[in-house]
Design a protein around this ligand. Structure first.
Ligand code: HEC
Ligand code: HEC
Ligand code: HEC
Ligand code: HEC
Ligand code: HEC
Length: 218
């Protein structure tokens, strides 16, 4: 062999192998980093909608309660998106001819639901309930951000498993009194942990075993 190849071939082979494995490790690291980046989780991303509905305007300036439009959030697993007639309770009188609202009028005329593109969505194999969280005193804001400042809705959190687990490990300092769940920018002078621990006791919130796999994967 040593006659067929010059001595330096061995070095070149080593160098080639080194580059190959180094490259593979690099790709692997890049994948792992990318997998948890905002690019993949969609955090902060704004999704286009058929109508440029503004939460800043409706929930912020006009102060319409979240539950007026998301009316099953306290009583069922899903929050629910408002049907057209909810919009029409106001828009049959105001902004009636606005171009922006044309898709709303069309879907009303055709008696078809308006299709909103989803902003926060979990994979099918994850079990999630709105009502348990809202009734336990987890604010909309904690999971969806300062919705009343969003001209277009964006995804405020990563919604990854570790994000869920961060709270499930220690929910106390993240809880609020149930009557403050829909409030945006809620603050208190009380110590959050003390308050949370009192709420857990008063409202009989089950915080044991919240990190067991079967809680979210059943
Ligand atoms: C006047 C009706 C109305 C009110 C009031 C309202 N929303 Fe909405 N909400 C909508 C509509 C319509 C959509 C779908 C379009 C979009 O994503 O912006 C939506 C979408 C959302 C979404 C994204 C859902 C998803 O995954 O696609 C969240 C989160 C949300 N609203 C939270 C809130 C919170 C919190 C409040 C109260 C601070 C609130 N909304 C008040 C009508 C309303
Ligand atoms: C409680 C009354 C009310 C309801 C319910 C309501 N709106 Fe509005 N909306 C308003 C008012 C008032 C304005 C105009 C505000 C202004 O120009 O100052 C407005 C403005 C708008 C605009 C113009 C852009 C903007 O934000 O200024 C769009 C688009 C719109 N609404 C869509 C919707 C849709 C879609 C729904 C149903 C999911 C809805 N609205 C439900 C009161 C309402
Ligand atoms: C513990 C975190 C958490 C809290 C608290 C929370 N949400 Fe959500 N919300 C989610 C998750 C996660 C999804 C996606 C659910 C899915 O895809 O199954 C979601 C989805 C939604 C949607 C999309 C439609 C639907 O029916 O699922 C709306 C609207 C919404 N939330 C509104 C609200 C409002 C309003 C509140 C407060 C009253 C609230 N959420 C409180 C985590 C939360
Ligand atoms: C900010 C805190 C917080 C976050 C974030 C949170 N949870 Fe929870 N979750 C709770 C609390 C507190 C309870 C216990 C409620 C009770 O027992 O009254 C709970 C209970 C649950 C339950 C049990 C419901 C039942 O049937 O008893 C499920 C399932 C669940 N959470 C799923 C999720 C998933 C999935 C996510 C992430 C997308 C998530 N949670 C994010 C605080 C949180
Ligand atoms: C509080 C809720 C919650 C609990 C408890 C939980 N998971 Fe998850 N899990 C999620 C969510 C949300 C996702 C999807 C988002 C993501 O990929 O991070 C997920 C995704 C996964 C996936 C898909 C692979 C991946 O990372 O994309 C696997 C596997 C998994 N979980 C296993 C487990 C095991 C094993 C346990 C128990 C040790 C567990 N989970 C406990 C919420 C939970």
């Amino acid at each position: 062999m040593s006659q067929l190849f010059p001595r330096s071939a061995d070095m070149w082979l080593r160098l080639a192998l080194l580059l190959l494995f180094g490259g593979l490790a690099g790709v692997f690291v890049a994948c792992v980093v990318l997998d948890r980046s905002d690019y993949v989780t969609g955090k902060g991303w704004i999704i286009r909608q058929p109508v440029p509905f503004s939460h800043e305007h409706h929930a912020g300036a006009l102060k319409i309660d979240c539950r007026y439009c998301h009316d099953s959030v306290e009583t069922s697993p899903v929050a629910g998106l408002p049907p057209i007639h909810t919009c029409m309770s106001c828009h049959s009188q105001i902004w009636t001819g606005a171009d922006m609202l044309a898709p709303v009028r069309q879907s009303l005329a055709k008696d078809e639901a308006l299709h909103w593109n989803r902003v926060s969505e979990l994979p099918d194999y994850v079990y999630f309930h709105h009502d348990v969280h809202v009734n336990a005193g987890v604010g909309c804001e904690t999971c969806h951000g300062q919705v009343d400042t969003m001209p277009l809705m964006n995804r405020a959190q990563t919604f990854t498993m570790s994000w869920c687990l961060d709270c499930h490990q220690d929910p106390a300092p993240r809880l609020r009194p149930p009557d403050a769940v829909v409030e945006m920018g809620w603050t208190t002078k009380q110590d959050r942990r003390e308050l949370g621990e009192r709420l857990i006791e008063e409202n009989h919130i089950e915080t044991q075993n919240l990190t067991d796999c079967y809680v979210c994967h059943r």
